[in-house]
Design a protein around this ligand. Structure first.
Ligand code: 3H9
Length: 739
């Protein structure tokens, strides 16, 4: 008997508009297929959840249905709960407590068996929905995972209980704590997927499996009540204890990983059903924390960097970049070339002589070998990637490239000549990018007639690892070139942030007061190691002095001089960096700097630093003879260092160097390691409020006016205007001036 009927639900249970999130139900040959529709990733919007449960109720009640298949439209199963809903809801995420009961009663243990037909992805709530089904069929390439911790919450649709019971506690804890999904083959091996089939066979295979379960040919599995994959209680508790220690070590600022482990542990000790209740409590506790709001902000901000007003909405289509020439095989050039070949782009690596070219090729080879060693790629894949690079000593092959990325040394004259040569050697539509971090692009393009094709592609070292790419546009860079470079950034898996052309661009410019304020604190009498500890305690990967050692005092001095030239009125002369340069104790690379380094490059306090500090203090003249250093709490240290950084960030927003304030948040997190759990620089500043920050800066400006340092702290016009109007710094300059 073939009876077919389609029904559609929206949140109100009525008929859905074409684009509104909804579900559909189709019944044929005894199987009800419930499909989630919410492009592009079928996120579980409340209307989708409501539709799902309504359709499941209907399917369970119908006589002509023996089994149910749940699937997602458009070749993607589901990427989880609709994150936009967290933004709209206040604490607790607005989640109805009864949803977990519905997962148990309608998906897992209802009258008819359910099978998930999963294509593309089953993430977060999507994975939890699939786990609640009695079996899962997927297509090749599908990922399964519970990445909720990356959003500052914990799985809340039963994932903390069902995943450990499906794949074992150890693997489940690893997947949750690292927010790392697994692919189809691993899912099949672990028993998270029951079958992998080609996409065109997905629905048929899932229906067959559902009918087999209904007829008793195949066992019906209710994961919440399974115990066969769980470790013994003793072993499970040891796994959890180890995981807690790891989470404390790796994410000591964060509470939600511990809340996730609390929910898992409770379920292990008291059973899955009780664990669901605990999961609900822990979910609400996590969702109420600022960390959650900050991480959700970063999630959306990261995606919005690719949307540039007047560029991505201008109706243009990005051109595909297939062949790139990289000029210079040094540390940066070889890293850029590595990032390209790892993502399927052919590279022409140009150097000035064979010796340098061989060294560049060797660096690329070493980058790939390191990935092989870490198990991140196979020998064969590394060989195939290396085959994409061709060496060049002249420009004869440059006519075939879509883009050039120049990574030569920072010399204006040299770069001007290079770009003049590139204009002659490349196609008329090739993009000419410079990786300069200090030289204005207007200078770089001075000897060409190609200013519309010249763009900055500022990578961060090591270029094949660091996730940020600053795309620098001048007034003359064409929209098409910006769009193409955005596409290139995404293709090589970077987070691209489009910025304006100014000294230091966004990241280096906003961050210059960071080391300078830290040096001022030392000149005022504070211990550098205490300063570093306070900043690491705030959540930075390392303090300013350890960072200075990593970058090298010589590089720090070079960048500092460049900044000083552009912004003399608001720079603090960090004499200690100069003194370290004079002594050639440049940091990690020379074995000593602020710290001293053993053969394995492990840092410890440098006993030879004190005389350097004393000399710097003397030169600075900020400490009065015989007086104790001023009292600074850890909070004071953080604010003294970061409020001038926020102030410079305000100038960058005001001058339109970033397209929107959220771009600066992403740039700071990706480029400087500003803690993502604080939401980025501007988001963090808004939590304290413009008026508070303005007040502290103004007080320091007054305090240090006699020493001529008031410019370093002077509140910027944008900060002043937000403080006056009560506008958020993140609202952008139009909002600030309108209020
Ligand atoms: C959860 O499930 C909680 C539950 O345990 C319990 C609750 C009680 N919601 O990244 P893309 C949008 S929490 C809303 O550019 P890709 C995204 O903003 C959730 N929107 O593409 C973008 O929009 P736009 C746990 C979402 O192919 C568009 O989709 N799940 C969601 O590079 C395309 O995204 C996660 O943490 C969502 N859940 O990557 C998964 N997901 O075009 C989060 C995506 O307007 N998502 N969007 O900019 C991801 O990791 C990636 O987006 C994904 C696709 C891998 C899915």
């Amino acid at each position: 008997c073939l009876r077919k009927r389609a029904a559609t639900y929206t949140s109100s249970g009525g008929s859905a508009g074409a684009m509104a999130p909804h579900t559909t139900l189709e019944v044929a040959e005894g199987v009800a297929v419930v499909t989630l529709h919410n492009p592009p990733v079928n996120a579980l919007h409340p209307a989708v959840l409501q539709g799902l449960f309504n359709h499941l109720r209907e399917a369970h009640a119908r006589q002509d249905v023996q089994a149910i298949v749940v699937t997602g439209a458009g070749g993607r199963f589901c990427a989880g709960f609709d994150i936009n809903q967290f933004v709209q809801a206040s604490g607790g995420g607005g989640i109805d407590d009864r949803i977990n009961d519905a997962f148990c009663d309608l998906v897992e243990s209802g009258p008819k068996p359910t099978v998930a037909a999963v294509a593309g992805m089953a993430l977060g709530g999507g994975c939890e929905l699939a786990l609640a089904c009695n079996a899962r069929v997927c297509t090749p390439g599908t990922s399964f995972g519970l990445p909720e911790l990356q959003l500052g919450i914990i799985p809340g649709f039963g994932g903390t209980q069902r995943l450990p019971r499906a794949v074992g506690l150890k693997k489940a804890v690893e997947m949750m704590l690292t927010s790392t999904p697994i692919k189809d083959a691993a899912a099949l091996k672990l028993g998270l997927a029951d079958q992998v089939v080609p996409p065109q066979e997905l629905l048929a295979a899932a229906k067959r499996m559902a009918l087999d379960i209904a007829s008793g040919k195949r066992a019906r599995v209710e994961t919440l009540y399974r115990t066969d994959k769980l470790e013994s209680l003793g072993e499970a508790l040891m796994v959890l204890q180890f995981a807690r220690a790891q989470a404390t070590k790796q994410a000591r600022h964060l509470t939600h990983p511990q809340l996730c482990l609390d929910a898992i542990q409770y379920g292990v000790e008291h059973g899955g059903r009780a664990g669901l209740v605990k999961e609900g409590e822990c979910f609400k506790a996590a969702a109420a924390l600022d960390t959650h709001k900050a991480l959700v902000h970063i999630f959306f901000a990261q995606r919005s960097t690719k949307k540039i007003r007047g560029v991505t909405d201008a109706g243009l289509k990005p051109r595909s970049i297939k062949r790139v020439a990289v000029l210079g095989g040094g540390l940066m050039g070889s890293g850029i070339a590595t990032a390209c070949i790892l993502n399927g782009i052919d590279v022409l690596l140009k150097e000035v002589n064979q010796k340098f070219l061989d060294a560049g090729m060797g660096r690329i080879q070493a980058n790939l070998a390191s990935r092989v060693k870490k198990g991140r790629m196979s020998e064969a894949a590394a060989k195939a990637a290396m085959a994409r690079v061709k060496g060049a000593l002249d420009y004869s092959d440059f006519g075939g490239v879509d883009m050039v990325v120049e990574a030569a040394i920072e010399d204006v004259g040299l770069k001007q000549n290079i770009f003049a040569d590139l204009e002659r050697a490349c196609r008329k539509d090739a993009i000419l990018a410079s990786n300069t971090s200090t030289i204005s692009l207007d200078l770089v393009s001075a000897k060409t007639h190609a200013a519309d094709r010249i763009v900055g592609a500022h990578f961060f070292s090591p270029a094949h690892i660091m996730p940020l790419l600053e795309i620098v546009r001048t007034d003359r860079t064409s929209k098409q070139v910006i769009l193409d470079t955005l596409e290139f950034g995404s293709r090589i898996r970077k987070t691209p942030v489009v910025v304006g052309n100014c000294t230091g661009f966004a990241v280096n410019r906003v961050f210059f007061p960071y080391t300078q304020a830290a040096c001022m604190l030392v000149d005022l009498g504070l211990d550098p190691y205490r300063v570093d500890k306070a900043i690491a305690g705030f959540g930075m990967p390392m303090g300013p002095f350890r960072l200075s050692d990593l970058v090298g005092a010589d590089v720090g001095l070079h960048v500092g001089m460049n900044i000083l030239e552009s912004f003399p009125e608001r720079c603090y002369p960090a004499r200690i960096i100069q003194l370290l340069n004079e002594r050639k104790t440049l940091g990690e690379k020379t074995g000593s700097g602020f710290y001293k380094y053993d053969a394995r490059r492990r840092p410890s306090p440098n006993p030879d630093l004190l005389p350097v500090v004393q000399q710097a203090r003397k030169l600075a003249g900020l400490m009065k003879e015989g007086t104790a250093p001023p009292k600074f709490s850890e909070k004071d240290i953080v604010e003294f260092i970061f409020f001038p950084v926020v102030n410079e960030g305000c100038r960058v927003i005001d001058e339109g160097i970033v397209d929107k304030p959220a771009d600066l948040d992403v740039a700071m997190v990706m480029g400087m390691g500003f803690p993502a759990f604080r939401g980025g620089l501007v988001f963090w500043a808004d939590l304290m409020g413009a008026e508070y920050i303005r007040g502290r800066l103004a007080a320091w400006a007054q305090q240090f006016a006699a020493a001529g340092l008031d410019g370093f702290f002077k509140p910027s016009a944008y900060l002043e205007s937000c403080a006056r109007s009560g506008a958020k710094l993140s609202a952008g300059k139009n909002a600030a001036s309108k209020m």
